[in-house]
Design a protein around this ligand. Sequence first.
Ligand SMILES: [Zn+2]
Length: 221
Amino acid sequence: MTGDELDLARTEVAATSRELARQGLVLGTAGNVSVRVGDLVALTATGVTLASATTEDVTVVDLDGRHHSGLLQPTSELGIHLGVYRDSDASAVVHAHSEAAVALSLVADELPVVHYQQLLLGGKLTVVPFAPFGTEELTASTLAALRHARAAILAHHGTVAVGSSLQQALDNAVLLEWLCRVYVTAAAVAPPRSMTDAHLQAVVEEAVRTGYGRTRPVDPA
Ligand SMILES: [Zn+2]
């Protein structure tokens, strides 16, 4: 691990934090972001305003949470970030306090599959029961939910999204918020219908057949 790689990771965590705020998924000092670099983790410090985060607001710890570099204490949700890296092959974690996800958690115990893009997050998502931020109870229940999904909804709190890169974790957080907004918008009118297993099977087959989500060159004339 070179110092340059760590500096780049810290810069990218700060940039992702600002983007998370710009997209309206966090308010004030809420939310946190991390990326794994080898056996180290660069993550936002506690008390940082993500909208204006800089490299100096990003701390580096090892996989056991021991301080490596940076001047500030890491986020209070350190346990969730480290647990994701211990339990999975994910390389980045984004935690947000986004509005539609919190709203959904007030009125539902799960987000059924409302749109086929939800398959990117692992399908149906169960809402993680409330426990105070930073507690072992919240960490354990969130990590259990993430064992089967790329994102989790935390009751009366927010979301956690993971990815193979900071960009993918951010994209998953944005997608989850959009899906929650679709659900609560529909739920205001009538109980939302969810996609059936037959729908989902057909989507998977079509995605495999066409290589969904990949760009493809035009056929030669
Ligand atoms: Zn939080």
